[in-house]
Design a protein. Structure first.
Length: 117
């Protein structure tokens, strides 16, 4: 089975700034990602725990013990890394833009293209 390639999302063009300092924009972006994640997580956790307890499938003690299992911890770590990727998306994008292929050869090519017209 072919493995799906992960496409990187990079938006081209100038990014709107809402504050005078870029770090403030980055901070607000990170806070909004965290707030969104927390809201979704809380709603799903409440639904799952409520349904599990209401149906008598597990007790509160069993739910707590399940959280300490090795596979549960590994899945949690992967989810955390995915969250960090989304959280620091703008920081990573800015770093990629700052270093993204800007070589002296590319610079010379751009200058050559500009002078042709």
């Amino acid at each position: 089975m072919a493995r799906a390639r992960k496409m990187t999302r990079v938006v081209r063009g100038k990014r709107p700034m809402f504050f005078d300092d870029i770090t403030e924009d980055l901070s607000v972006s990170m806070i909004m990602v965290l707030a969104q994640e927390l809201s979704v997580l809380r709603a799903r956790l409440d639904a799952v725990e409520g349904a599990t307890l209401a149906k008598g499938l597990l007790s509160e003690t069993e739910i707590a013990e399940f959280a300490d299992r090795e596979d549960t911890l590994a899945n949690g770590e992967k989810a955390r890394q995915d969250l960090f990727s989304r959280l620091f998306y703008l920081v990573h994008q800015q770093a990629a833009e700052a270093t993204g292929g800007d070589t002296s050869t590319r610079y010379a090519d751009v200058i050559a293209d500009i002078t042709k017209t």
